[in-house]
Design a protein around this ligand. Structure first.
Ligand code: ZN
Length: 408
């Protein structure tokens, strides 16, 4: 029996339909695999959590990262995870791209709830849905600082809706060497734009970007910083600035995604991009220690999507990770599990969040809840969800296979 087959059979699913006064409930318990132990925990200090720093390594493929861990090339990630853990995260809903990825990580919702399906199909995330806004509401704006410091310009942005005259848009496109279409009302163009016609004049209309609503409630939203050095130094300056306040920082490094698109996943540049992320993450952790904040700050490192093996794309790249000094993290999970993990550690009551979050904190067993159903619908839904959760584990097997075939 192959190990992947054994893994599939090792998955335990218990589905139950419960009748309560409020209606019929379907609860499904999925016993996921225990977290992958490739980093040994050396010492754990239980922190009283005041702050959380979420660090994004955009486009880091899990398999590539694990190979780097085995070669000792990401010492800062390993040092962090030796206090908490490193777990596998799979993407099961939404595209494996930047807009869909960070939106899910920062809201805990599937694209059906946020309207952010992919880099080209999106809208502003509905007001109040992001981690930043949840924390501002929970603590009160005076009692928490929420900050996003972002390497990318496009895809992790807060621009308002825009309508640009077609001719002006066409000039910019042509200057960038892109083919300009003949204008026709309803035609979709790059970056989620659509051609509209008003009184015989053509325009290109763009929806507001994902963080258009959220950024209004944040203390700082800075994007388009470009390279890691700018992101890292800006983050460190702001940690100093806000050291006396409770804070949530999202620090986004555009590497290795940028070099991955230029040189491919198997390139030296891609590896160097991850090394640079590691180096800057180390400097951020060192700053937290220097400021005396490390013992009350949890740090999580994750990625929005992986990378297609050996390619310059991430069309089907659902294998990522969470590395953290949070010792409570104890299982592999889904991209939707990161938001509930963060909110729970800040003390929010997840059962009060509307609409209900899709994921479950990474220190609890994964549940899927289907509520208030007719009896046959409940049983059918239990079956459908069981099957889909079973499918959910298939990528892990695919990952195992590709890993072994790529091993030297
Ligand atoms: Zn990309």
């Amino acid at each position: 029996m192959s190990s992947s087959r054994a893994k599939l059979l090792g998955l335990l699913i218990i589905a139950a339909v419960v009748v309560s006064g409020a209606g019929l409930y379907c609860a499904i318990y999925v016993r996921t695999e225990p977290k992958t132990i490739i980093i040994t925990r050396t010492g754990t200090v239980e922190k009283t959590v005041r702050n959380i720093v979420l660090v994004g390594w955009d486009g880091t493929q899990r398999n590539h990262l694990k190979e780097m861990i085995s070669r000792g090339e990401v010492p800062n990630l390993v040092a962090l995870a030796s206090e908490g853990g490193l777990v596998d995260i799979d993407v099961t809903t939404g595209a494996t791209d930047t807009k869909a990825g960070w939106t899910q990580i920062l809201t805990g919702y599937s694209p059906e709830k946020t309207g952010v399906f992919s880099n080209s199909r999106y809208q502003p995330i509905p007001e109040g849905y992001t981690v930043f806004e949840r924390l501002e509401t929970f603590f009160g704006p005076e009692n928490i600082v929420t900050v996003a410091i972002i390497g990318k310009k496009g895809h992790v942005d807060n621009d308002p809706p825009a309508k640009i005259p077609f001719d002006q848009w066409a000039k910019t496109e042509a200057r960038q060497g892109r083919k300009v279409p003949t204008p026709k009302a309803g035609l979709k163009v790059n970056d989620g734009g659509q051609i509209v016609e008003e009184n015989g004049v053509f325009y290109v209309a763009f929806p507001g970007k994902p963080y258009f609503n959220a950024s209004k409630h944040m203390d700082l939203f800075l994007n388009g910083l470009g390279e890691n050095e700018k992101v890292g130094t800006t983050a460190i300056q702001n940690l100093e600035k806000y050291k006396d306040k409770r804070f949530f920082f999202f620090i986004h490094f555009a590497q290795p995604d940028h070099v991955g698109h230029a040189y491919g996943e198997n390139s030296r540049q891609y590896t160097d991009g991850i090394k640079s992320d590691d180096e800057w993450t180390g400097k951020i952790v060192a700053k937290l220690k220097e400021l005396g904040l490390y013992d009350k700050t949890l740090v999580y490192i994750t990625a929005d999507h992986g990378f297609d093996e050996g390619k310059t794309t991430h069309s089907n790249a659902p294998y990522v990770f969470v590395a953290t000094d949070d010792p409570k993290i104890n299982r592999n999970g889904d991209r939707a599990d990161i938001t509930p993990t963060i909110l729970k550690r800040f003390g929010l009551d997840l059962s009060k969040i509307e609409p209900p979050l899709d994921g479950t904190p990474l220190d609890e067993p994964a549940y899927v809840r289907v509520t208030r159903l007719g009896s046959s619908a409940a049983i059918f839904s239990c079956w459908v969800v069981s099957v889909s959760m079973h499918d959910l584990k298939k990528p892990t097997c695919a990952y195992t296979n590709s890993h072994s075939s790529n091993s030297p």
